[in-house]
Design a protein around this ligand. Structure first.
Ligand code: URP
Ligand code: ZN
Ligand code: ZN
Length: 473
């Protein structure tokens, strides 16, 4: 097996950092060594097939983005990144595993949908990938199919309390699904917004002529996120199902997650970079139709109400456990512009899969989180949460050699024509400057990004079967 020796860097884990060399043998990490040490008299810096000089750089486990939607059919169109373009962009940004959502729409057989997602991804991906299952039609057949998912290497499924008539589940359906979650160990992932109430507000706003993207954020009020989060937690409490609340944006919803955790419940919260950096006033409220770039659900929250500061705080205190992107990109032309004159027709979603590691590293630079916490929320916790830990999320002997060499003296300018390889005609992150740079990325031992250039191939990435959650209390 070809060997790779990564030497001179500072290896960072979720629990500490230190100078160490890493020997990779084939697809796996063989050893972490004291700098300058030899193995049975062999100087690996001279004998390894490939030597990577990581002097002055951080060496961290590859990022795991546990919430992406490649080619998702949504809002009358399809997310503009497919598995090829989306995973390539992810690799560029230091993410070496995604967990995407297989989508069951109303009236479809769950098993058929999963087979379709396997077909869409197989042979296309630049990095490893797993699936969660969206259950958009909770009925006897889909509930019984849920029980079979762990045997397929899928240990989590997502329900929606929003989007009536599309993916929406009512409380009775949620209760029944969670009972299966409790008995099988499947993680219930919840889109927690009160969809029926949102739809009333949307109708009223449109009637008043309030059609701009800004009103997307007004209709999806924080009270409706808090209420749904509370209801999901209570149903999980009743059934004993572990619950993972996706894309938490309101500080009041964070408080619900924190309070459940304080009571010892297996309730977890995910946030996304957009809820840490962007706001209702600045982005959704941008002039004209510009705000459509940032229409996503849950929506961006008010800067005046300081949701963003609260979210950083929650990340520090582990009231929120991890950061994913909810990558669901749509172009302005031909997609987002379907909602000119009616914000409710703007397809919901932001593209960020390429920038998560950088955006969260900027939190380290700005003193909001530690270097170790950066690794924890972007890689180690996602691995534990979704049953990949040991193989991924850690640099240790036997683990997959998914490695990012990150240069703290480098710089990344985000935007079209700069760091941007996602299939979009705009960047939701245009103008963001990062005081760091993804230099080199190894995916299962293969260098796929070298000196900032992508040198991998589609099909390098494999489907990863996942174990049950390794983060339960
Ligand atoms: O706006 C979003 N979040 N689009 C993707 C679908 C979802 O709800 O996660
Ligand atoms: Zn959602
Ligand atoms: Zn999503």
């Amino acid at each position: 097996m070809p060997t790779t020796f990564i030497t001179g860097g500072t290896v960072v884990s979720a629990t500490g950092r230190g100078a160490a060399d890493i020997l990779v043998d084939g697809e796996r990490i063989a050893a972490l060594l004291e700098p300058g040490s030899t193995v049975l008299g062999t100087d690996l810096a001279r004998t390894a097939d490939t030597v990577i000089d990581a002097t002055g750089k951080y060496v961290v486990p590859g990022g795991i983005d546990a919430h992406t939607h490649m080619s998702m059919p949504f809002g009358g169109t399809t997310a503009s990144d497919d598995f090829e373009s989306g995973t390539r962009a992810a690799a560029w940004g230091g993410t070496t595993t995604i967990i995407d959502f297989a989508v069951q729409k109303f009236g479809e057989r769950l098993q058929d949908c999963l087979a379709t997602w396997h077909q869409m991804a197989a042979g296309q991906c630049a990095i490893d990938y797993g699936f969660h299952q969206i259950v958009g039609d909770v009925n006897d057949a889909s509930l019984s199919a849920l029980r079979e998912l762990p045997a397929e290497g899928i240990t989590s499924y997502k329900l929606f309390m929003a989007y009536p008539g599309v993916f929406y589940s009512d409380d009775a359906q949620i209760l029944r699904a969670m009972q299966i979650g409790a008995s099988t160990g499947l993680m219930t992932m919840m889109h927690a917004e009160n969809g029926p109430a949102i739809d009333v507000l949307v109708g009223q706003l449109l009637e008043q002529g309030k059609t701009d993207p800004y009103y997307h954020g007004i209709a999806r009020a924080w009270q409706l996120e808090e209420e749904a989060t509370h209801r999901a937690i209570m149903l999980a409490d009743l059934t004993g199902a572990p619950l993972y609340v996706v894309h938490v944006s309101a500080k009041q919803a964070v408080a619900q997650v924190a309070s459940a955790r304080d009571r010892g419940r297996n309730v977890f919260g995910e946030t996304c970079p957009q809820y840490l950096y962007l706001s209702l006033e600045e982005q959704l409220g941008a002039p004209g139709f510009e705000g459509a770039k940032w229409v996503c659900s849950t929506p961006l929250r008010s800067r005046a109400e300081r949701h963003q500061d609260h979210m950083w705080q929650a990340l520090r205190t582990n009231d929120i456990q991890m950061v994913a992107t909810d990558h669901c990109p749509f172009c302005m032309k031909g997609q987002k512009d379907m909602g000119v004159g009616d914000f409710s027709k703007i397809p919901n979603g932001i593209g960020s899969v390429e920038h998560r590691m950088d955006l969260m590293y900027q939190g380290v630079v700005e003193g909001r989180i530690t270097l170790e916490r950066w690794v924890e929320i972007t890689s180690t916790t996602p691995a534990r949460m979704f049953g990949l830990y040991g193989r991924k999320g850690v640099l240790a002997p036997g683990a997959d050699a998914d490695v990012v060499i990150y240069d703290p003296d480098g710089h990344t300018s985000i935007g079209l024509g700069k760091a941007h390889h996602m299939n979009m005609d705009h960047s939701a992150w245009e103008g963001f400057e990062i005081d760091g740079h993804v230099d080199t990325v190894l995916s299962r031992g293969k260098v796929v990004v070298d000196a900032g250039e992508y040198i991998g191939r589609k099909g390098d990435g494999r489907f990863v079967r996942r174990d049950p959650c390794q983060y339960l209390i």
